[in-house]
Design a protein around this ligand. Structure first.
Ligand code: AMP
Ligand code: MG
Length: 325
């Protein structure tokens, strides 16, 4: 039983998001080490500042290969493999489009379609040449840009989980702004016999604290991608931050958000984007073959659809939404 244990929360703003760490012990120095770890990896992976390991690759596009560390080579290799999956809407070379749209940043405007076509020519994952033996990454065309925004938080959340486990922490929750990772059975014994962490499923386009329901998990990652996270409105249209690599425009389908529950947050982060592009029907069929990956879809017509509930339980709290079976 864990309900009588006190929880200590630590927060910071990193990666442009509020970061929350929950521990069952008062340990400020551990929290500071976690935040330093996140910051160090943000500094390596960011494309929102002029300099980082990824920006070094981008700056050298069309000119020369860049040597990266083994972990960075691995994450790039994974991102390329996922981008090359048949029908994948995940594309880690989406950078030129992300930079042009500036969604979630100041100065966002709607590009015209000629401009988008020109930028799409710079987003072929095949044009990222990887040399395993030298750990070299080369973007074959000038103007290409890698963007790991759809995978970086998941990658970092797993690093935090591994670090806390090495420190023998048996219960913790880290929330990297939409990417939640949990260690142990948490603080809520209500919903599941074995206990669990209670994680809110955010209500799209509502107050930050407004929830549709509560997800209960233990020892799992819970990652959400939603079109309400970063967007701007113009002439009655909503332009959000998940772009369709085929058209260059924001992905347009029946979904408002996708949440993935699985062991590793990097998988959760990849799958939220992949499933987002597949839409509900295809995703549900696809997930039947993936025992370890489960998802919750929130649709524009206010349905909440769980692919299955083997590794988590979900309780709907907002009656404006309907739980579909
Ligand atoms: P997420 O928060 O995981 O949904 O990732 C969203 C971020 O991924 C965006 O802010 C972009 O940096 C990047 N992104 C946008 N569209 C795509 C895409 N189709 N494939 C991969 N990354 C994308
Ligand atoms: Mg993602």
């Amino acid at each position: 039983m864990t309900t009588d244990r006190r929880i200590y929360s630590y927060s910071a703003v990193l990666m442009g998001s509020p970061i929350l760490l929950k521990l069952f012990e008062h340990n400020e120095s551990l929290a500071a080490r976690v935040f330093r770890l996140i910051k160090a990896h943000e500094n390596i992976l960011t494309v929102n500042r002029p300099h980082s390991d990824i920006m070094a690759i981008n700056h050298a596009a069309g000119r020369q290969p860049v040597v990266v560390s083994q972990p960075i080579f691995e994450i790039i290799k994974r991102a390329k493999a996922v981008s090359l999956l048949e029908g994948s809407c995940f594309n880690f070379t989406i950078g030129p489009l992300v930079k042009r749209w500036k969604i979630g940043f100041s100065g966002n405007t709607v590009p015209d379609s000629d401009e988008l076509q020109a930028l799409l020519a710079l987003t072929s994952p095949d044009d990222v040449q990887l040399d395993e033996s030298s750990r070299c990454v080369f973007l074959a065309k000038a103007g290409m840009e890698i963007d790991l925004g759809a995978i970086a938080k998941g990658y970092i959340a797993d690093i935090v989980r591994d670090f806390l486990q090495q420190e023998h922490i048996e219960n913790a929750l880290i929330n990297l702004g939409g990417n939640v990772h949990t260690i142990g059975a948490g603080d809520d014994n209500g919903a599941r016999e074995e206990g669990g962490w209670a994680i809110g499923l955010k209500k799209p386009f509502a107050d930050a604290a407004a929830l549709i329901g509560v997800i209960n998990v233990a020892n799992k990652s819970v990652v959400t991608s939603g079109i309400y996270e970063r967007y701007f409105e113009l002439d009655g249209r909503c332009y959000h931050h998940i772009l369709d690599p085929k058209t260059g425009y924001p992905l347009d389908n029946e979904l408002l958000s996708v949440t993935v529950i699985c062991d590793d947050s990097i998988d959760g982060d990849i799958y939220t984007t992949l499933l987002y592009g597949m839409g509900v029907e295809k995703s549900l069929a696809y997930l039947q073959q993936c025992a370890d990956i489960e998802a919750i879809f929130v649709t524009r017509d206010q349905q909440v659809i769980c692919s299955s509930q083997r590794q988590f339980s979900f309780a709907l709290t907002d009656t404006a939404y309907r739980l579909a079976n």
